[in-house]
Ligand binder design. Structure first.
Ligand code: 13P
Ligand code: SF4
Length: 307
């Protein structure tokens, strides 16, 4: 039996013993996606986490995702395969920035991308993900929108909602930020028939080069439904796994300089096994009750408004 098959077997056994379910984001490595019960974008995974009836959730993703799962389903034990897998963007906004904007504007909605910590969500009016942000912000009664922490996603929304006054901070995704416009143009020149698909965490100049901009799930759905056969993929490399698995007859081109989220890649099958074996001591998501309650309201509002 290969080492990979034996780890998979161990994980299956441990899942039964612990009454556990594994959730994985599209940006983790393909082998981890393969052992997960649910794989998806941030919105789908939040919905799944909220409805889990097993005792334990193993979240193959970064820390804000584990926090969301715990807040939405507090009775469950939520485990992170790597306790250090973090999202740098989640650190890019402070409570003081929110207080300053609330002080300045009377009619303002603080709209917080889920890529943020619970303490920031707790101070927000509503949370959003890249797949529901447009719908949610459009429906808000407020004229002023303080969109945090991703100013690229915020800018993408602002272009489509000229009736709103967007206020941004400086947050961004360092992984998507590495994509250079010259590289994208070279890839387009090399594959003139290919459709370019980008994530809205990319800078505006990159989104302008794309034929479609959307969440990870949006990108996958677009590629699967499109009659086109070739695509340029402008987001984290992990998405190549579902794309090539689900559309083996199509061709997907990435950038030479691979776009890899260091934190998502900290998750391995071995760590999924270890966290299930060593539970509950290792990497359990824990938060103060009051903080969880405060952060739940904007997350629940997101789930409601996204319907
Ligand atoms: P989505 O999967 O919701 O598009 O989010 C991408 C992301 O950056 C997760 O960290
Ligand atoms: Fe954070 Fe970017 Fe990694 Fe997503 S891809 S977890 S936004 S650093």
């Amino acid at each position: 039996m290969s080492q990979e098959t034996s780890i998979k077997k161990e994980i299956e056994e441990l899942k039964k013993q612990r009454n556990a379910v594994i959730l994985a984001h599209y940006y983790v490595d393909g082998d981890v996606q393969e052992i997960a019960d649910y794989v998806g974008d941030s919105y789908y995974l939040s919905e799944v986490a909220a409805g889990v009836d097993k005792d334990v959730i193993v979240f193959a993703g970064v820390s804000f995702m584990g926090e969301c799962a715990k807040i939405l389903n507090p009775e469950k034990t939520v485990l992170m395969p790597d306790g250090g897998a973090d999202c740098p963007m989640a650190h890019m906004v402070t409570p003081e920035e929110i207080a300053a904007v609330r002080e300045k504007y009377e009619d303002v909605a603080v709209v917080t991308y889920v890529n943020s910590f619970a303490k920031i969500k707790a101070l927000s009016d509503v949370c959003v993900t890249s797949s529901n942000a447009l719908k949610i912000v459009k429906e808000l009664p407020n004229k002023n929108i303080f969109f945090i922490p991703d100013h690229n996603l915020g800018g993408f929304l602002a272009k489509q909602l000229p009736e709103k006054n967007f206020i941004f901070n400086e947050g961004h995704c360092p992984t998507h930020d590495r994509i250079q416009v010259a590289e994208v143009q070279a890839l387009k020149a090399a594959h003139p028939e290919a459709i370019a698909l980008a994530h809205p965490e990319c800078r505006e100049e990159i989104c302008k080069e794309a034929d479609y901009v959307g969440s990870t799930k949006g990108i996958i759905d677009y590629a699967l439904k499109s009659p086109a056969k070739e695509f340029i993929i402008l987001t984290e490399k992990g998405i190549m796994h579902p794309l090539t698995q689900q559309a083996p007859d199509k061709r997907f081109y990435g950038l030479d300089q691979e776009i890899v989220c260091r934190d998502m890649k900290l998750i391995t099958m071995e760590k999924v096994r270890d966290v299930l074996r060593d539970m509950p001591e290792t990497n359990q998501v824990q938060m103060d009750d009051q903080l969880m309650q405060d952060a739940l309201t904007p997350l629940e509002r997101m789930l409601e408004l996204a319907k």
